[in-house]
Design a protein around this ligand. Structure first.
Ligand SMILES: NC(=O)CC[C@H](N)C(=O)O
Length: 391
């Protein structure tokens, strides 16, 4: 029988459930700096893709609740992991904890392991039996907030007033996602070279997803993957055709080094980027980013290409966005979210700049926008973009 556990939110709400993966810590062990499954609680609307979500470095510092009620039914397989070629000291699973309505524990195809065992192997705690519909509505109405998964101090008597008080005090002591620089916890810490016969890309690794590398490799790119602290001299040394800024965790507003790096690169090299990379590029051209209420996390976000009017369904995972009011006048909002109108991509032809907030590499999610990688290469190589070729 799984142990009783509780998901406790900063606003005082308590959701009872049961542990899977590793056991949640007891309330009495709560202490800042200890190995406690806390983080910013966000909801993901994907029906599948939990393995890729668990290992996406952009989820560092976050607890993910899946809105789809039945999670784990095709097991886990390390081949699906999305964390890049990081040093072995880094953890494969990036989320702080996983929240589900019902975890599957039935038979699996040969060679796969259960989600329960996968979380155990990676020292991550899951909580099942949660009313994820109620929880998601709460996050949608009030916004994302910090949360923690714990066991009561006395398993016999359940949740007590003193457990509640201790949890809320602990949650109050935690930093909010705003203002957090988390990219030092992810990505490579020295340059890694991937051979290729085509375009040479210097890729700033702020916590890159493996499928971005695969998409570039499938287009014969030669890649120099640089740590997120790389300098302009490091980039000049590898002498690339263009610079690519990866996705990554935390608040872009505090990434001063990367923002000024891009300022120095613009005009010298073509610059492209995805998600956090797009946000850093946005800041480098003079605009600001802001924290969204609950962000976009899922595989079903419609994005309109303002150039062609075409709408495609995208994979997304972000809690910050570029503020349109602060954009310089020469830059074009190339892509826009068809649900809430927020910026989904920027283009500045003269500066050889193209970046997207969504995830053309999918993993998980639809591959409708994988052509963006061809568009990136067209910007870098100064060739016609795919839609221009179609015309
Ligand atoms: N996937 C990402 O690159 C996320 C970017 C940033 N950490 C955000 O939450 O908005």
């Amino acid at each position: 029988m799984q142990e009783k556990a509780y998901l406790v939110l900063e606003n005082g709400s308590v959701f009872p459930g049961r542990c899977f993966g590793v056991e949640a810590p007891g309330v009495s062990t709560l202490a800042v700096g200890s190995d406690i499954p806390f983080g910013e609680l966000v909801f993901n609307t994907g029906m599948s893709g939990y393995h890729e979500i668990l290992t996406d470095p952009s989820y560092t510092g976050q607890i993910v609740t899946m809105t789809y009620p039945h999670i784990g039914n095709y097991g886990c397989d390390d081949h699906w992991s999305e964390n890049g070629p990081e040093p072995s000291s880094r953890k494969d699973v990036k989320v702080s904890a996983l929240v589900v309505r019902e975890v599957y524990d039935g038979p699996l195809p040969h060679g796969r392991i259960s989600l329960d065992l996968y979380l155990k192997n990676n020292n991550i705690c899951g909580i099942t039996g949660i009313d994820t519909r109620k929880l998601t509505i709460m996050l949608r109405d009030n916004g994302s907030c910090n949360a923690v998964v714990v066991r009561p101090s006395d398993t016999g008597s359940g949740w007590t007033d003193s457990d509640h008080k201790a949890c809320l005090e602990y949650l109050k002591s935690l930093p909010s996602m705003e203002g957090q620089n988390l990219i030092a916890d992810v990505g490579v810490d020295e340059v890694v070279h991937f051979p290729g016969s085509g375009t040479h890309i210097a890729l700033l690794d702020c916590g890159i997803k493996a499928n971005i590398l695969r998409e570039l490799e499938s287009r014969s790119c030669r890649i120099s993957l640089l740590p997120s602290g790389a300098t302009i001299q490091d980039i000049e040394k590898v002498n690339p055709d263009g610079v690519f800024l990866s996705n990554g965790p935390g608040d872009p507003a505090v990434l001063e080094h990367q923002t000024s790096l891009v300022q120095n690169l613009l005009g010298k090299y073509p610059v492209v980027g995805i998600c956090l990379g797009h946000q850093i590029i946005g800041q480098a051209i003079g605009s600001q980013t802001y924290k969204m209420k609950f962000g976009h996390h899922g595989c079903n976000h419609p994005v309109r290409d303002e150039k062609t009017g075409r709408v495609f369904v995208t994979s997304q995972n972000h809690g910050f966005a570029v503020n349109e009011k602060t954009l310089p006048k020469d830059v074009t909002v190339r892509f826009r979210n068809a649900n809430d109108g927020s910026i989904e991509g920027l283009e500045w032809k003269e500066k050889k700049l193209l970046c997207v907030q969504f995830h053309p590499e999918a993993s998980p999610g639809p591959v409708d926008s994988s052509w963006i990688f061809d568009a990136f290469l067209d910007v870098i190589n100064n060739t016609a973009s795919p839609e221009e070729k179609v015309k």
